[in-house]
Design a protein around this ligand. Structure first.
Ligand code: CTP
Ligand code: CA
Length: 236
């Protein structure tokens, strides 16, 4: 009988985590990237490992080292990340999509370095949409019950005249169809590349949101604790 006061644990559970920021190739030497450092994803991998989970970390571009004690997989672009996620998702108890996935990629990758051809002209880069990996996993579950029953999304949001960070988070949770959405407020000096974070964990099942603030590892522990409760709820 589990002690009701004990912390939920991930012992014997398998958790797949994506971290960092994708790089979308433009030519052999250039890419379009983003400012994700991978710190929050690495902290999530540590916290899940410390909670007893068997962790697979799919690392895109990270500015920090990957933690010990996790299985590490590399992917660079959004298309590679999608391949890696689908290659590793079956049999996982949860997928945490923490990677900052580029919404767009260059429509074509030049085979050789783009050169300045004359004195003044500059190329126009055409972009196309990337697949929404999280939404694809959620919808693929309908035909494949080996895909993770719990999917966690992350959303960096800014509030504006049209709505608060929480309003945007709730709308995104509904749109994405995942079980949990971790929303954090971003701005010029918030979140990217720093060691602290303020988040709210939103639940698709209508459970009240849980807030947390602190270092990325402290925040990660709160997310993992909520994830453990969700996973244990799914198998109870
Ligand atoms: N995500 C994904 N594939 C994409 C884009 C996003 O899997 N092509 C995942 C992210 O890893 C994250 C969640 O979706 O867990 C939310 O990402 P976000 O960029 O906030 O959502 P978008 O639907 O891309 O909306 P926006 O237009 O606000 O960027
Ligand atoms: Ca996006």
């Amino acid at each position: 009988i589990q002690d009701l006061l004990s912390e939920p644990t991930l012992a014997g559970r398998r958790v797949l985590i994506t971290a960092g920021g994708t790089r979308e190739p433009l030519d052999p030497v250039r890419f379009l990237g983003n400012r994700s450092s991978g710190r929050q994803g690495v902290a999530l991998a540590q916290a899940a490992r410390d909670a007893g989970a068997q962790v697979t970390l799919i690392a895109t571009h990270l500015e920090v080292p990957a933690p010990h004690g996790v299985a590490l997989v590399h992917a660079s672009s959004a298309l590679e990340l999608r391949e890696a996620v689908f290659a590793h998702a079956e049999g996982q108890d949860a997928l945490i999509m923490n990677a900052a996935v580029a919404d767009f990629r260059p429509a074509s990758i030049e085979g050789s370095k783009i050169k300045k051809r004359d004195e003044h002209s500059a190329p126009v880069i055409e972009l196309v949409r990337n697949p929404d990996i999280l939404a694809e996993v959620v919808s693929a579950r309908g035909a494949n019950d080996r895909l993770p029953p719990v999917v966690v999304g992350f959303a960096a949001e800014t509030g504006d005249e049209q709505g608060t960070v929480l309003d945007y988070g709730k709308a995104k949770l509904a749109r994405k169809g995942c079980e949990l959405l971790v929303v954090n407020e971003v701005g010029a000096n918030l979140t990217f590349g720093t060691d602290s974070n303020t988040i709210q964990v939103l639940f698709a099942d209508g459970k009240p949101a849980v807030s947390a603030a602190g270092s990325k590892i402290e925040v990660a522990r709160v997310v993992i604790e909520q994830l453990a409760a969700e996973i244990n709820g799914h198998t109870a």
